[in-house]
Write a protein that binds this ligand. Structure first.
Ligand code: TNX
Length: 526
């Protein structure tokens, strides 16, 4: 780890060297091409615009309120939005010169992306909620051409281990959009909490969303403080709308058939008939409890997913599938009988049966299953999107088999790990993933050119065992989520020093937006 003064020198070098004028713009993720001119375009607060209403709406919403700009009709448009079918999906072209701003794109995502780039070209305060009074608003003369590398640029928020209040979720969506991240994977259920209100099963939130201690708040077990919370379906619908408007798809996850302590605390009869009733888990780890997959349980699961589909229009729906314990099934006569009835060779195959059942159930409803990568161990589940977390290898294997994959390997994309070796870092899961490490990860590494599957993209994971508050989640997410955005979007991700210089500028934007990010450079350069 470099000493603070070395980092400060690196910031100065990066910001002031002539060759690094582009870095000093702080554009994240790095656009495909940037040609920086010499002059600047000064803007009035009211900018005349011409373009299709849908394009104007996209640009207006992505620009936010921090620039203070209002778009309006009038003669001699200063901002021209052009539909151009030659531009790649999600991509855009942006030109600022003495005569004005011209943006071309072929879809809403493209106009949104262009507007986020535009916003980054303004001073950092423009990324906050309101403009700096009296400050002049100007943009550098620049020509940018840009398009995303991957379709899935995700962030997973674990709202199960620690509940995340809605305002914090909205803040996350805003920050994701600004970095051109476009998938929010919401991990809604786990052993330690159930956050999705299901009609007909009120116990899921009445019992399953609360536990009697926070465990990590004091970093000692069972301090007795209650923790919990849940979302109503209407609250989630509003969140989905907000996200959609910003080009973000929310992919919900109900994690089954393991990680079900919260569900079974409310409804133990859906578990092993021989097992004793246990409360919502108050510590973290992998537990023995698993669903007993008889007809009643499957009907309950289908009811939960029916309501989930009703709230989340996303084509892809995450069914979990990770760390599914087999010990209860192995010891249970009822599970053995069930396996025989279903024609399975081994009782352990109940998980595979469940994965395929849910995949087919979702397919019949025009959706597609996503699952953690354990579901392809000794099993083929064609059509299921594989989320590769135990490493990069399972994702490559899925691609070889012709499946779609999202790379989420724990050693590069788990944002619950320590960000540095500094003793002052808040308590975290015991591994180390700096933003530099994230940036150095190539989601397409070792994927054979002739692999029949499609690499959808890459995702950062915010498992929240040790993140009891929104502030803690923000600290762990930023700046590393910016590195996820970089490797997910840029065809040629920036080199470490270049990205560092950009992150310093981005830090100012997070400051303006009141985000509790971990500092890069500045007063806390560790
Ligand atoms: C493994 S990743 C888990 C999570 C934990 C995480 C902690 C995955 C699919 N399962 O339940 O939160 O490790 O890093």
């Amino acid at each position: 780890v470099a000493a603070p003064w070395e980092w400060i020198d690196r910031v100065h070098d990066a910001l002031h060297a002539g060759a690094d004028r582009v870095n000093a713009l702080g554009l994240i993720p790095t656009p495909e091409t940037v040609e920086l001119g010499e002059g600047r375009l000064t803007l009035p607060r009211r900018v005349t615009v011409s373009g299709a209403p849908s394009a104007v709406d996209a640009v207006e919403s992505a620009l936010g309120t921090g620039t203070g700009i209002r778009l309006g009709e009038g003669d001699g448009a200063l901002l021209t939005l052009v539909d151009d079918a030659d531009i790649a999906a999600g991509g855009y072209r942006l030109k600022v010169d003495g005569s004005g701003i011209r943006v071309s794109a072929t879809d809403r995502d493209g106009f949104l992306a262009a507007a986020h780039t535009l916003r980054q070209l303004f001073p950092e305060w423009a990324s906050g909620p309101w403009p700096l009074p009296g400050a002049e608003l100007s943009l550098p003369h620049v020509t940018i051409s840009d398009a995303p590398r991957f379709a899935w640029r995700g962030l997973m928020l674990d709202v199960a281990r620690h509940f995340e209040p809605l305002p914090a979720l909205y803040r996350f969506l805003d920050q994701m959009a600004a970095l051109k991240l476009n998938v929010l994977h919401l991990h809604l259920t786990d052993d330690q909490g159930w956050r999705f209100d299901v009609k007909g099963y009120p116990g899921l939130v009445r019992v399953g969303s609360w536990r009697t201690d926070t465990h990590v708040w004091t970093q000692k077990e069972n301090d007795g403080t209650p923790h919990g919370g849940f979302y109503t379906q209407d609250q989630l619908r509003a969140l989905v709308d907000y996200a959609q408007h910003r080009g973000i798809t929310i992919v919900p996850e109900v994690d089954l058939p393991g990680h079900v302590r919260a569900l079974l605390a409310a409804y133990p009869h859906f578990g092993d008939p021989a097992a004793e009733r246990k409360p919502v888990a108050t510590t973290f780890g992998v537990f023995d409890e698993v669903l007993h997959l008889d007809t009643d349980t499957v009907a309950m699961v289908e009811e939960i997913f029916t309501q989930l589909l009703d709230v989340f229009p996303s084509k892809r729906i995450h069914i979990g599938g990770d760390e599914c314990p087999k010990t209860q099934w192995q010891a249970s006569a009822a599970a053995a009988e069930l396996a025989t009835e279903l024609g399975l060779a081994r009782v352990e195959d109940l998980q595979n049966w469940f994965t395929d059942h849910m995949r087919d159930w979702l397919t019949e409803r025009g959706r597609q299953a996503v699952a953690w990568d354990e579901v392809i161990d000794d099993h083929e589940s064609p059509g299921t999107v594989i989320m590769s977390w135990r490493g990069h290898g399972p994702g490559v294997e899925a691609l070889r088999r012709g499946q779609e994959a999202v790379m989420a390997p724990w050693h590069y994309t788990y944002l619950d790990q320590y960000q540095s070796e500094d003793q002052r870092e808040p308590f975290a899961i015991g591994a180390f993933t700096s933003w530099q490490k994230v940036l150095g990860y190539d989601p397409a590494l070792d994927v054979p050119a002739d692999a029949p599957g499609t690499l959808l993209g890459v995702q950062g994971q915010l498992w929240s065992e040790y993140m009891p508050t929104a502030q803690a989640k923000e600290y762990m997410a930023f700046p590393r989520a910016a590195a996820i955005a970089e490797i997910g979007w840029a065809k040629q991700p920036a080199a470490e020093d270049d990205f560092f210089a950009r992150l310093v500028v981005q830090g100012g934007r997070w400051d303006a937006a009141g985000i509790n990010h971990r500092s890069v450079g500045g007063a806390k350069p560790w």
